[in-house]
Design a protein. Structure first.
Length: 367
């Protein structure tokens, strides 16, 4: 009997998430010094983590032989204090990505349906298929979530609706009024997951805290990988009703948040000045990219996050041309094959990518 026949048969056709190439691999492939490579592919914070957070993380290394706090008590207390929540309303994850999977473990079975936008975070579909459930991808006019269409798609089999705002990879965000309408009209048998990975980039983020107080079936996810600059440590959290978090805790693996990540995240969360600085810099960086793209003649989707989706014709071809120039970006799936996603970088990095795109498209704009 071969190994595949012993596996759960529904996972044999499971798609695999394919990350972008690391800096070292691109440097080796194109014979470019690694320190000259610019990585604008994964929506990381180009200014890095708070210096306070880095110092705190380093101080933990002397005790790295010890297991981390399995309950993440100090980080949970810090989060609860920030949002005026009970610690029982918070769960830590190995990135918020892990909590998406925990939701699937708790609520999804074969035959269930999960609703999300057709151009939303790939992991929603991956965890749905992993559980043998059925993904229901909703059309996104102007690459923005159509909340009315999402509710119209609800059936008796629907278990979860995922709503990321701002959305990755489009950068579009729903208005507070639209989100409130969705919450008010949410069917009683449906879990609503707000993915707030990029919410810190919004000037006026939605008041999701009020939602979880009024509806125990709503859960919100946040990450330290974006504006907090801790992507390499894999740390995130979810918050919701005590009942919701209690269910998620049942399927969380022990010691899923490492000691360095917990300590660094506490310091990062407390350094609000650094977060504000990064938000201001990101706004300036988006403006710099938008102005440069307009001069070149390239169209783009107006973004509310720390990246921009650019219409380039053949996304994979432009991705390869930029990579040969030492700039790593993110090509899209075939449904968005005419686009390329570029993260906001430092002022110098943004200048370099605009210069490279101008070289590539000089006199060739006809998209």
């Amino acid at each position: 009997m071969n190994l595949r026949s012993l596996a759960n048969q529904h996972i044999l056709n499971q798609p695999t998430y394919i990350p972008g190439k690391p800096t070292e691999a691109v440097a080796a492939e194109f014979n470019i010094p690694a320190d000259e490579i610019i990585k604008l592919a994964s929506n990381e914070n180009p200014w890095g983590a708070s210096p306070n957070a880095i110092r705190e993380g380093k101080s933990i290394l002397q005790n790295i032989h010890l297991y981390p706090d399995g309950s993440g008590s100090e980080l949970t207390k810090t989060i609860s204090s920030k949002f005026n929540l009970s610690t029982e309303q918070i769960i830590l994850g190995n990135g918020s990505n892990e909590i998406i999977e925990l939701l699937a473990h708790v609520f999804l079975s074969e035959g269930d349906e999960v609703i999300f936008g057709e151009h939303a975070f790939a992991v929603y579909k991956l965890v749905t298929l992993l559980m043998g459930a059925s993904p229901v991808a909703i059309t996104m006019p102007h690459l923005k979530h159509n909340l009315g269409a999402m509710l119209e798609a609800v059936t008796s089999k629907t278990k979860i609706i995922f709503l990321p705002s701002p959305n990755n990879p489009t950068g579009t965000a729903n208005t507070n009024e639209e989100i409130h309408w969705l919450v008010e009209n949410l069917p009683d048998h449906v879990i609503l997951c707000f993915d707030e990975a990029y919410t810190e980039y919004l000037n006026k983020p939605p008041t999701t805290l009020s939602f979880i107080k009024s509806n125990p079936k709503i859960v919100c996810l946040r990450t330290f990988s974006k504006i907090y600059g801790l992507a390499g440590l894999r740390i995130g959290y979810g918050y919701g009703s005590k009942e919701m978090i209690s269910l998620l805790q049942k399927v969380r693996q022990p010691f899923n948040a490492n000691a360095v990540a917990q300590a660094t995240a506490i310091a990062a969360l407390k350094d609000e000045d650094w977060v504000n600085q990064c938000r201001i810099r990101n706004t300036s960086g988006l403006k710099q990219l938008e102005e440069g793209l307009t001069k070149i003649g390239l169209e783009y989707i107006k973004s509310s996050a720390n990246f921009i989706l650019i219409q380039v014709g053949d996304g994979l071809e432009v991705f390869n041309k930029l990579q040969k120039r030492g700039i790593i970006t993110r090509p899209m799936s075939k449904e968005l094959g005419q686009y390329l996603r570029i993260s906001v970088g430092t002022e110098h990095e943004n200048e370099k990518v605009i210069f490279a795109l101008n070289e590539i498209f000089k006199g060739k704009i006809n998209i």
